[in-house]
Ligand binder design. Sequence first.
Ligand SMILES: [Zn+2]
Length: 135
Amino acid sequence: MTISNATLDAFIDDHLNEQETIKVEKAVRESPELQALLSSIIASRDMGDHSIGAIWRREHLSCPTREELSSYKEEALDPQRIDYIKFHLETVGCKACKANLSDLNCTKGSLKNADAHEKHRQFLENSKILLPKKQ
Ligand SMILES: [Zn+2]
């Protein structure tokens, strides 16, 4: 796919459909030249935040799921996906995903999970009282 300045403009303005947006995003990700071009377009528009990362973060288009982040941490994903998530975290610098990842890192498994499990159980138990009885 050839990416023109106009396409990048539309990308920035969120005027592309979802598929096009994903295509542009992928192309930009794979091309340092496009990244530079996109950056310069954004900078010349004098938006409050000039970074490519800001746009992606705003759109949350490329965010991996929490499950994926967890697998990423354990390197239990295919190398391409690991690469992508690394890019997303380190180059795009997605704050949401970074926060998610650090949360996953400090959740030392069993204890917190057991806790959450117990809360969930209690919640279900309590809601039984509120739900109408089956006829
Ligand atoms: Zn993200």
